[in-house]
Design a protein around this ligand. Structure first.
Ligand code: SF4
Length: 458
């Protein structure tokens, strides 16, 4: 969500006449779009702002913008510690980025933080804004903002506000437009995507309309997935407590919906899940995985797990190991608990787990999740995978990176350059915990997005 906000801020500033530069010495404006979910986000921000003061003083007219959820949470601290910042704006003010920059230029430093999104202000819906997308062949599309849950470790509801679903037609129209521009892969984005439409249902109930007419996530998935020309549809992140059978059925029936489910576990202990306010039990979670795998052929499942949540005992942790082994994940994002200021978990100081214990548990969990990842990857050796080619890898440009429908990274070395955004078939030859290696069989489709060819002035 933070990356997509950056795309929108870039898009707004470019629409306002600015051009991106590679080197900050050439820049007139630097935007730091912060994310307080990141570890040490505040230390990094203030370190960068210290360096940027010298950058700003070196040339008159330069401006610094601090946006994102850390700005939302700590606006006064940002102002106190870095009074040379020109614009401090929150997560609900992204649509005003260009205006705030201009306001600061003419009238001096400005701080604008809205606590909640304004429901009837369509301009506020992130994807309604121009976006400078990183790639031309895939795109994130926001379907909701905010979150109505209250997971004890999470700062999102505080900094992104209540859950608001974007109007159904806006989403469908945006995806149609993107596909007409050559985008072939779309990821529907939200804090809790599978509760999409719940607030719309409540609105209808309050106004006396038929609730059954309100859209659900599975319907959205089906309609967007049926748009002609869209080859791949993904979504992040669903919440296990809101997962409905219709969503699995739609994943199974709509061919563009990729065979990948990111399914955050967080803990395998019911006691921990209750303390985290997650709203499901480990047994229910595993039952849903069985149901999904039974319906959707060749489904890959990934997850998020926190180790060392306050009060976690060795017995709780053992349950996390057991559930992780039973779930047979394709890959897992694992985190050592660290408190985020402003969350319920950060106040549980008397229950904090010793950091050495957390590190030990983390290492043991990695063994379990990497074991299943390797097994899953090894099972793909010899298969021919349909991949989206993302281009030369950053470390070694001779090696290309591609992605399967199961969201697995594949490395291969083509004999001649291939255009980024093409599709191809790759035979898998070997496996590692975090990627596969293979041999290109053939390129099956060229990208359909337009490529800008720079014209040299004569
Ligand atoms: S559902 Fe996700 S975004 Fe919402 S509070 Fe829980 S972890 Fe945070």
């Amino acid at each position: 969500m933070n990356d997509h906000d950056s795309e929108r801020i870039s898009g707004l500033l470019e629409t306002d006449g600015l051009v991106p530069v590679q080197d900050e010495d050439d820049a007139d404006i630097v935007v730091l779009n912060t994310c307080c979910i990141r570890e040490n986000a505040d230390n990094k921000l203030y370190g960068n702002l210290g360096m940027l003061k010298r950058w700003k003083d070196a040339r008159e007219g330069r401006q610094i913008v601090v946006s994102g959820c850390l700005a939302q949470k700590d606006r006064d601290i940002v102002r106190d510690r870095a009074p040379w910042v020109d614009v401090v704006m929150g997560t609900h003010n992204v649509h005003r980025a260009a205006e705030l920059v201009e306001q600061a230029r003419t009238s001096g430093p400005v701080t604008e933080i809205l606590q909640e999104a304004v429901l009837d202000d369509h301009a506020m819906f992130p994807s309604a804004l121009p976006a400078k997308r990183v790639n031309s062949y895939d795109a994130w599309v926001t379907i909701q903002i905010g979150c109505d849950n209250s997971c004890a470790f999470c700062i999102v509801p505080t900094v992104r506000g209540a859950e608001i679903s974007r109007p159904y037609e806006d989403i469908v129209n945006e995806v149609q437009l993107l596909v007409s521009q050559g985008v072939t892969e779309v990821t529907l984005l939200g804090q809790n995507v599978n509760s999409y439409g719940r607030d719309l249902q409540l609105d209808r109930r309050r106004s006396g309309e038929s609730v059954s007419a309100a859209p659900r996530f599975s319907e959205l998935l089906r309609e967007v997935g049926s748009i002609e020309g869209l080859r791949r549809l993904r979504f992040v992140s669903p919440h296990p407590k809101d997962m409905r059978p219709e969503t699995f059925a739609t994943m199974a029936e709509v061919s563009s919906v990729c065979e990948h489910l990111h399914y955050p576990l967080q803990s395998g202990s019911d006691r921990m899940l209750a303390m985290m306010h997650r709203g499901y039990s480990a047994r229910r979670y595993l039952e849903k995985i069985v149901e999904a795998r039974g319906l959707i052929a060749d489904l890959a499942i990934s997850t998020d797990i926190i180790v060392g949540f306050p009060g976690e005992t060795e017995a709780d942790f053992q349950q996390t190991l057991e559930v992780s082994a039973a779930a047979e994940y394709d890959y897992a994002y694992t985190y050592m608990f660290s408190p985020r200021e402003g969350t319920e978990a950060a106040r549980m100081t008397d229950l904090f787990v010793d950091s050495a214990v957390i590190a030990d548990r983390y290492a043991r969990l990695r063994v379990v999740v990497e074991h299943s990842a390797v097994l899953k990857h090894e099972a793909r050796i010899g298969r021919i995978e349909d991949v989206l080619i993302e281009g030369p890898s950053r470390r070694n440009p001779v090696v290309y990176q591609a992605r399967t429908r199961q969201n697995k990274v594949v490395h291969f070395t083509p004999t001649e350059p291939i255009r980024t955004g093409s599709y191809g078939l790759v035979e898998i030859t070997s496996a590692a915990p975090h990627h596969l290696r293979g041999v290109l069989v053939e390129v099956t489709a060229d990208p359909s997005h337009k490529v800008r060819i720079p014209v040299a002035s004569l």
